[in-house]
Design a protein around this ligand. Structure first.
Ligand code: SAM
Length: 191
């Protein structure tokens, strides 16, 4: 079964977008001055819709057509402009910003709860100069209290900043956020 089929099946019963990332919301001040955003593997668009509501021209990228459909319906209901792009972010080679719909790169790029290590390494190429990336992913410590996500979907503690090479760290936290242990990095592409 392909990733698209697997995730379409998972989202089959959903009819509402998920909740936006509290990490991104908590750093809303970093969005100022930006006009475009992308949420990579953004699922049903909780965070993408929030970014669009902040006035950013937002693109939601995901492999699941079903997830994108849920996001599009919600965007129409809320009167928010939202571009959607179905793409495999584990493809070889990884899609470029231009292939994902942005010639100059985005001012804001979010990648949350999706681990494909090479993708973090290309965030700098997906950002416009001065743009800000938000990377959020559970760590291995999360296994202490949670069976899922399983080990293949977790970063080691301290690993995330190294994965996001070529970016200037703005903030980095690794901690329990509720019942989940996560690495949360905000980092800027040098202007
Ligand atoms: C755990 S969900 C996270 C969704 C969202 N980022 C969030 O934090 O709520 C993982 C997402 O990755 C997407 N995904 C899985 N494999 C993918 C791939 N190869 N390319 C693009 N998206 C993929 C799934 O469809 C799903 O929406």
């Amino acid at each position: 079964m392909s990733a698209a089929e697997r995730w379409d099946a998972k989202y089959a019963d959903w009819d509402e977008p998920g909740t936006p990332s509290d990490f991104v919301i908590g750093h809303a001040e970093l969005l100022s001055g930006g006009s475009t955003a992308a949420d990579l593997a953004g699922g049903t668009g909780g965070t993408a819709l929030w970014l669009a509501a902040q006035g950013l021209a937002t693109t939601l990228v995901d492999v699941s057509g079903r997830a994108l459909e849920i996001a599009r319906v919600a965007a129409a209901e809320r009167g928010l402009p939202l571009l959607t792009m179905q793409a495999d972010l584990e493809a070889e080679p990884l899609p470029t910003a231009a292939e994902l719909g942005s010639e100059r790169g985005w001012d804001v790029v979010v990648c949350a709860n999706f681990l494909h290590r090479p993708l973090f390494g290309t965030l700098r190429h997906l950002l416009a100069p001065g743009g800000i990336a938000f990377a959020q992913i559970a760590t291995v410590r999360n296994l202490l209290y949670n069976e899922r996500p399983g080990r293949p979907y977790l970063v080691d503690e301290g690993e995330l900043p190294d994965l996001c090479g070529g970016l200037e760290q703005v903030s980095f936290e690794e901690d329990w956020f509720g019942h989940r242990h996560e690495a949360r990095l905000a980092a800027r592409r040098p202007a």
